[in-house]
Structures are given as structure tokens and as C-alpha cells.
Write a protein that binds this ligand. Structure first.
Ligand SMILES: *Cc1c(COP(=O)(O)O)cnc(C)c1O
Length: 425
């Protein structure tokens, strides 16, 4: 099984003789053992095994394993939401007194997490322009910088990350690169191939694909050598008293990051996905490759239509030849396909944008993005309304930006709806 399309369908749960063909839902909080010693060994991490669903559950593990294989990673852990995945991915490395670097072109929820909530935990972030030259980004590093975070395709502006450039900068400074690959999905881009160390997703988007189950995932490439920098990463290299002084990098080597996230963060903070939602996610993954193909074909057609419309001021979609990100998209994305999300602005500014959105009939105004149904959002008045104009612009979001998530309906119906709404704008 080598092709990503086949992995979407077949990876993860591979039943043996007489077992269910479809991934079973292990709807159980707990697991049974025969002796007290068996249980003690599990709790001391001397043996692998399931004991409580807050840490691990077979249904979520099989779905996670499929995603790990899709991304070309070693191990993956599901979380209850994308937000939990973002938080754990950083908090598994950083503690109070640490600093990290993030691209400013990121999802609004992640921006709040980094700028407001992590600050309260004593973790400081510096936002950088991911398109800036290396020397510029280098200036953001401090003695206590522990990682770089960025999105493959930024939500909502659509900026495409030069993953290799960012991974090189991170590695020169002895820190890992974490990439949020929600919009591209591993069907179109596998950041680990370009040097990313950890990949995360909001699986609530394309992976689930139907807007039915909230979830997140953290994929560990196993490539970052935590033991090389013992002082920089004490969490990986110093004894964990809650496991009798176990040292993650020594005990688990390439799996240190993944195991620590599971047995320490999940144990202490929860946010585990439910088995039912893991099942729905796994079902969504089986058609991810088909949907992504249609999403990006429809989005490209839509982008071309909008670009040529007299009422449209600008369109940002990396599949368009005139996009500043076209070359990068061709390099990093399979067949140059990006995703179904595009951004555009109307002539006449914000008021006109609102009039346009209110005139749409099939395409709905929803907070969500990246599911089968076409939808729109105006970040400046919806998801990013807490940001100042300067912060909006730093995040690559113009005040007139409309985010259009192109679904998998027939392209003629999508364009017809846009056309009639543009007439009224
Ligand atoms: C939606 C989203 C998140 C947050 O995920 P939830 O599942 O809503 O918690 C994180 N990153 C990106 C790029 C997203 O689009």
C-alpha cells in the first residue's frame, strides 16, 4: 500500500480472519485485565496497552494510524478538536518561560490561543511574516525559542507556506517545525516530505469532510532528535516524576514526543476524541481523496470565474497562474492542487461584501469551512472580529476579504449562485 489514495481507503484498521470489515466503535471508557500486576505495568508504561479511553482507545488509534500513514509520519494521536491539537502540539514542548515563533498568517482561533491564552501560561509568541526572507525571520529567535509554527495553506487568506525554507530555518536553530496541514490535507501535501517535524490538523474540516464531527490530530514524524538538545527540551530529557523518573527521550527514542503527548498531556488535560467521532472521522477519510479532487477542481473554476467578474476587485487562490503562490503550490502540492477554499474581495468594500453574502441562496453563511457544502464567511466581521485592523493585515486578511469554501456540488450551480448574488451587490 504506497499510494495516498489507497491509504485513505485501506490504512489503519486491517481486520484479521472473522473480524469486522469496518473499523469497530470501541464504545468503552475502560479495558479489562486479569491480574493486578498487568494493570500496574500498564500504568508504569512498562507495557503498551489500553486501560482508559482518556489516554487511548482502539477506535481512535486506528483512525490516527491511518492519518500517520497518510502524512508519512510514525505515530499520531487524535484530539477532541483542532484547538486541542494546536495547544498540545506546542505545550508538549514549551513550558512557562519559553518562547516560540509563529507565522502571523494562521487561523483566528490559533491566533487567540497563542496571543492570549498561552501568554497567561507564561509562554510567549512572536509572529512573523512567513513570506519574509530568512534573515528577517531569524531576527525573531531568542535564547528560549523552542519551535516554529505555521499553516501549509493559511486560513483564511490562502497564503502558501514555503515548508522547506521554514524547516531549514527551524533546524538551523535547533528547533522543530510544526505545520498545520488542515487545508491542504495529506492527499495534496505531506509537509514531512519537505522537512516538517510535527503535523497537526483540525480534522473537523476536510478529513471528516461532512461537518459532522469535531476533532484534531497530531502526527509525529519521529525525526526530531530531542536528546541532541537536553537543556533546550527538559520535558523530553529530564525525569518525569509522575512516572517514577522516566525520561521520554531515553525510554521511547523516536516516539518520545508522541508518547509524552499521550501519557502526560492527555492523562492530565483530557480532550480525547470520542470513539464515535473517531469512527465518523475514519469514514470521512475513506473518501478524502475523491472529495479533495472535486473541491480543488471546483475552486479553480470558481476562482477563474470571480477573477473575470467586473465587480470582483481581487482573488487569492494558489491554483491561479497569477497567484504569487502558484510556483510554491506547483512544487509542494500533488498535481498542483491546493484546496477548496479561496479568498476574494469585491469592489466597493465591506458594505458591498455583506450585501453580496446576504444575497446568496445555496451557498450558506456558516462559521465552518472545508466540508461538502459551499459556504462563505467574512472574517473581519465574523471569525476574526476581535482582531484590530493592523492585526488583520498582519494575518494577511484584508477588511473586505470574503472566504469562500467551495463544496462538491456541481460547478454550474455554484457559479450560478455567485452570479446572481454579484448582480445584487
Ligand atoms: C478550524 C481550524 C482549527 C481549529 O479546529 P477546531 O476543530 O475547530 O477546533 C485549527 N486550524 C485550522 C487551519 C482550522 O481551519
Amino acid at each position: 500500500m504506497t499510494h495516498v489514495y489507497t491509504k485513505c481507503v485501506q490504512a489503519g484498521w486491517t481486520p484479521k480472519k472473522g473480524e469486522p470489515r469496518v473499523l469497530p466503535i470501541y464504545q468503552s471508557t475502560t479495558f479489562k485485565y486479569d491480574t493486578s500486576e498487568q494493570m500496574a505495568k500498564l500504568l508504569d508504561l512498562e507495557e503498551p496497552g489500553y486501560f482508559y479511553t482518556r489516554l487511548q482507545n482502539p477506535t481512535s488509534d486506528y483512525a490516527a494510524q491511518k492519518i500517520a500513514e497518510l502524512e508519512g509520519g510514525r505515530k499520531a494521536m487524535l484530539t477532541a478538536s483542532g484547538q486541542a491539537a494546536s495547544f498540545y502540539s506546542v505545550f508538549n514542548i514549551c513550558e512557562a518561560g519559553d518562547h516560540f515563533i509563529s507565522s502571523s498568517a494562521i487561523y483566528g482561533g490559533t491566533f487567540n490561543l497563542f496571543e492570549v491564552t498561552l501568554k497567561k501560561l507564561g509562554i510567549e509568541v512572536t509572529f512573523v511574516n512567513q513570506d519574509a526572507p530568512e534573515e528577517e525571520i531569524q531576527k525573531a529567535f531568542k535564547a528560549n525559542t523552542k519551535l516554529i509554527f505555521a499553516e501549509t495553506i493559511a486560513n483564511p487568506a490562502g497564503n502558501v507556506l514555503d515548508i522547506q525554507k521554514m524547516a531549514d530555518i527551524a533546524h538551523k536553530n535547533g528547533v522543530p517545525l510544526i505545520v498545520d496541514n488542515t487545508f491542504a490535507t495529506p492527499v495534496h501535501c505531506r509537509p514531512i516530505e519537505f522537512g516538517a517535524d510535527i503535523v497537526i490538523h483540525s480534522t473537523s474540516k476536510y478529513m471528516d469532510g461532512h461537518a459532522s464531527a469535531l476533532g484534531g490530530v497530531i502526527v509525529d514524524s519521529g525525526r526530531f532528535d530531542w536528546s541532541k538538545y537536553p537543556e533546550k527540551f527538559p520535558g523530553m530529557n529530564e525525569p518525569d516524576e509522575s512516572y517514577h523518573g522516566l525520561i521520554y527521550s531515553e525510554a521511547f527514542g523516536k516516539d518520545a514526543y508522541y508518547i509524552k503527548a499521550t501519557v502526560q498531556l492527555m492523562r492530565d488535560l483530557g480532550s480525547m476524541v470520542s470513539p464515535q467521532n473517531a469512527f465518523l472521522l475514519n469514514m470521512g477519510l475513506e473518501t478524502l481523496h475523491l472529495r479533495m479532487q472535486r473541491h480543488s477542481e471546483n475552486a479553480l473554476e470558481t476562482a477563474k470565474f470571480l477573477k473575470n467578474h467586473p465587480k470582483v476587485a481581487w482573488v487569492n487562490y494558489s491554483g491561479l497562474k497569477e497567484s504569487p503562490y502558484y510556483e510554491l503550490a506547483q512544487k509542494q502540492f500533488d498535481a498542483g492542487r491546493s484546496c477548496g477554499v479561496l479568498a476574494f474581495g469585491l469592489k466597493g468594500g465591506k458594505e458591498n461584501s455583506i450585501q453580496f453574502m446576504d444575497s446568496l441562496q445555496m451557498i450558506a453563511i456558516v462559521t465552518h469551512v472545508a466540508d461538502t457544502r459551499s459556504c462563505v464567511l467574512h472574517p473581519a466581521s465574523h471569525t476574526h472580529r476581535q482582531l484590530s485592523d493592523e492585526q488583520l493585515i498582519a494575518a494577511g486578511i484584508r477588511p473586505d476579504l470574503i472566504r469562500l469554501s467551495v463544496g462538491i456540488e456541481h460547478i454550474s450551480d455554484i457559479i450560478q449562485d455567485l452570479e446572481q448574488a454579484l448582480e445584487q451587490a
